[in-house]
Design a protein around this ligand. Structure first.
Ligand code: CRA
Length: 824
């Protein structure tokens, strides 16, 4: 569109105008009358009508971006766990009431149409959801930015339970189409793989020529990312892989029809499915193909299409930061070097100087086994030129190390980008740390541990490179949309400024002492529990324990997160009641809610799911516990369910072993919705506790230094088992097969053995302290008046955990903080 084209007008914000848009979309877009329209037709027409209101802003944003050539943040992420789009678009466009009324006038219920949407589950857990919160905040904060990722045809699997065991079903989220994506099949980027390298055709120092052997085409799908009512609509650009040509004609003519089609399928596999691993790297070739695929397309997109043709790339650091969301996109580093040296003919030193100023790296883990490593053989076969570039980066880097620490060859080996043992492999976190101008952790404790442990050698060499940006969550989705009752109450109390300035929640503090306000808060919590109870009943036939406490542990299933410790608490309560040690009347009525997917290949995690379900079955079927204890484990925990569940929770379980959870973001969502946390001193729990205050947080367990000391001394879970009779009784009950129909060999036996013999994440060591904290929870909850005061204070003091604040920190500390050499 030329600069002079008059902008489209935003359609009028009225029921009439919206109705017209809706019907037009139904007739022209779907080719049906209202009478004959399916729910999907109506959902599409509704979504498209909402989109009209955002499109003008979107085009404006793109036009301005093109005109201003302002510094842009490109968020490179293999995952964006977006959640339902319609509600967010309605909110951003300020159309919630108008759309509801328009549909009601036509005899339609907007809630029913909303239910048609299949959420795009293009992420595993925290990391992917964080990316989605960040692009929301980037748009709301008016930052010129673009998200780049992969349009997986299949997102995170759909979890079902069969006999209590997890069974994965493919998530074909696109089977009815998606009204939110705008494909541009005519605009595509080739991505090359394989082959060999040859002597360069240009004379640049360090150049080689890559002669690749096969390629695929990356086709973009654009998604609107609307800011909250600020007129900005950013773009999320997800790439889909297509075979370069429909058929190889030679093969086709020779009668090799199936062979030709097979090659096509092979290429298109690249964007077929999200790897369902969380905090575990997938050393699979296809995974590396995915990474290079989206990164190469994204770099090309920016360099060839966003920048003006005559742009002097020496100025790139003023124009862009590529933020690397964990190591998944790190192959972008050698890719940019390759473009600058081999294609543009820059000398190596010039190219490296620019490359080092445009990438910043966020690390999301502390588990050493979660750091990505690519075998040299694999990387060299798939991307031979990139491997050469990595070798040279490493050579020069190790020279620097030797200069800084003469004679310290052990250090050189530790820091090398290339690991020698067990096989030669590229350590992607090292490459990211060497190339990035900043490296950040995702919570204070995590960033400290990165500096002191995981990346300690690097922090000693470049102390200024390291910084912290504590994670955050978007208050639009996780308070305003998920909890309309609470949002209205807050707005009635302090105005609606909190939606974009979450620190304003502080103004709620005095209201925590107002009995009226507390009563209103309790009513809302009660209504949210009823809403949850209804949904769980309809969806899964699950009953809650009356109006009792809702105690929630929702997150990926992982040993370090310690769902097993939660089970030990439940079983110990149960055992205590059954043996008469705990009087039934003294037990707080409560429903333990779990939500957790296990990676399909993670056996222990799947056994834990089986055990949760087995324990749940036993407790839920026990008539004597009716109205006291329930275990609810709805399958397929996702963003949609999170929005239903979190607002209903009283207690938030954040019980990882200290030093293992990088941040956690569920913990923030719960606090913001007025749940109290029972948690270890881990990840962002540390900051939550500091802000809300010790009196309003149930801390338990070893600190990180205590845990690592105990590990170093030699941890013996057997000693805890033997010395704590209640712990022993709970474990024995599990081990005896009591919950598994007498079966001691399957999940129950395996988890019993692993906890008593190895207990890698020291659940047994923290058991006693956890039980004590649970007792404090019970007595605090008995005074629900004072509990609700604490809950309100949790909300009032959690404004820090807005992703708007995180993005502001990224702007201050990373994207804008480092003065960039204009003259380079
Ligand atoms: N699994 C961490 O474990 C953190 C998120 C987002 C994780 C969480 O503690 O809140 O990232 N790490 O920063 C990760 O994916 C590759 O590492 C996560 O989601």
């Amino acid at each position: 569109m030329s600069e002079n084209t008059p902008p489209l007008a935003v359609p009028e914000h009225s029921v009439e105008s919206f109705t017209r848009s809706f019907l037009r979309e139904l007739n022209y877009g779907r080719g049906v009358d209202l009478d004959r329209a399916s729910a999907n037709d109506k959902y599409f027409a509704l979504s498209r009508a909402v989109r009209h209101y955002l499109t003008t802003r979107w085009l404006e944003t793109l036009r301005n971006q093109h005109r201003d050539q302002a510094k842009t943040v490109a968020y490179l992420s293999a995952e964006f766990l977006l959640g339902p789009q319609l509600e967010n678009a309605l909110l951003a466009a300020d159309l919630e009431d108008i759309a509801r009324d328009a549909l009601a006038n036509l005899g339609e219920d907007i809630e029913e149409l909303r239910a048609v949407e299949v959420e795009p589950g293009l992420g595993n857990g925290g990391l992917g959801r964080l990316a989605a919160c960040f692009i929301d905040s980037l748009a709301t904060l008016n930052v010129p930015s673009v998200g780049y990722g992969i349009r997986y045809e299949y997102g995170i699997f759909k979890q079902t339970f069969v006999d209590g065991k997890q069974v994965e079903k493919p998530d074909h989220w696109l089977h009815l189409g998606s009204p939110w994506e705008l494909p541009h099949p005519e605009y595509s980027v080739p991505v090359w793989f394989g082959g060999h390298t040859e002597e360069a055709t240009n004379s640049a120092e360090g150049a080689r020529t890559w002669v690749p052997s096969w390629h695929v085409t990356a086709k973009p799908y654009n998604y609107m990312v609307p800011g909250y009512r600020n007129g900005r609509v950013n773009t999320l650009r997800l790439w889909s892989a297509r075979a370069r040509h429909d058929f190889d004609l030679r093969e086709f003519n020779a009668g090799e029809y199936t062979e030709a089609v097979r090659a096509r399928t092979f290429a298109e596999n690249i964007s077929k499915v999200l790897y369902p691993e969380d905090s575990t790297p997938q050393g699979k070739e296809l995974r590396l193909q995915q990474q290079y695929f989206f990164v190469a397309a994204s770099l090309r997109d920016f360099l060839d299409h966003v920048l003006p043709e005559d742009y002097d790339l020496h100025n790139l650091p003023n124009r862009i930061t590529w933020q690397l969301n964990d190591t998944h996109p790190v192959i972008a580093v050698p890719e940019l070097m390759r473009i600058l040296v081999d294609e543009k003919g820059w000398d190596w030193a010039d190219a490296w100087a620019v490359t080092q100023k445009v990438f910043a790296y966020t690390c999301h883990t502390l588990l050493p086994e979660a750091l990505e490593v690519w075998p040299v053989e694999l990387l060299g076969r798939l991307l031979p030129r990139h491997l050469e570039i990595i070798y040279r980066i490493n050579e020069e880097f190790l020279e620097e190390v030797r200069e800084a620490f003469p004679g310290d060859e052990l250090r050189v080996r530790r820091m090398s980008i290339i690991a020698e043992e067990p096989g030669r492999a590229v350590r992607m976190a090292h490459l990211a740390t060497v190339a990035g101008f900043k490296v950040n952790g995702v919570a204070e404790l995590h960033s400290e541990l990165l500096k002191d442990k995981v990346l300690n050698d690097f922090a000693e060499m470049w102390p200024d490179k390291f910084t912290n940006v504590t994670n955050g969550v978007t208050p639009r989705r996780f308070v305003r949309l998920a909890n309309p009752g609470l949002s209205e109450l807050i707005t009635a109390g302090i105005g609606d400024g909190w939606i974009t300035d979450l620190e304003q929640l502080r103004n709620l503090e005095p209201l925590a002492d107002d009995p009226e306000f507390r009563r209103a808060f309790r009513d809302i919590k009660g209504a949210n529990k009823h809403r949850l109870a209804q949904v769980l009943k309809d969806r899964d036939g699950i009953e809650l324990a009356g109006d009792g406490m809702v105690d929630a542990m929702v997150k990926r299933l992982h040993e370090y997160k310690r769902q097993s410790l939660k089970l030990l608490h439940i079983v110990s309560l149960y055992e205590g009641i059954k043996s008469g040690r705990i009087p039934l009347e003294s037990v707080t009525p409560r429903t333990f809610v779990f939500g957790a997917k296990a990676a399909p290949g993670y056996v222990r995690a799947k056994e834990t799911i089986e055990l949760i379900n087995a324990i749940g079955r036993t407790i839920n079927a026990d008539a004597s516990l009716e109205g006291r204890l329930k275990v609810a484990f709805p399958p397929n925990y996702n963003v949609t369910l999170a929005e239903m569940l979190i607002p209903a929770a009283d207690l938030s379980e954040q019980i990882s072993l200290a030093g293992k959870e990088a941040s956690g973001t569920g913990n923030m969502k719960f606090a913001l919705n007025g749940a109290l946390t029972i948690g270890t001193d881990d990840g962002a729990n540390v900051e939550i506790r500091k802000l809300v205050g010790d009196d309003h947080f149930f801390l338990f367990g070893m600190s990180e230094p205590e845990a690592s000391d105990l590990q170093a001394e030699g941890y013996d879970p057997g000693a805890y088992y033997e010395s704590d009779p209640q712990l022993k009784a709970a474990l024995n009950l599990i081990g005896s097969g009591h919950f598994t129909g007498g079966d001691r060999d399957g999940a129950a036996g395996s988890i019993f053995a692993s906890l008593t013999q190895r207990d890698r994440f020291m659940a047994l060591a923290d058991f006693r302290s956890y039980m004590d904290a649970q007792e404090r929870v019970e007595s605090a909850y008995a005074d629900y008046e004072s509990w609700s005061r604490s809950a309100i204070l949790n909300i009032a003091r959690s404004g820090f955990f807005s992703s708007d604040r995180s993005i502001q920190d990224y702007l201050d500390r990373i994207w804008g903080a480092k003065p960039i050499d204009q003259n380079h």
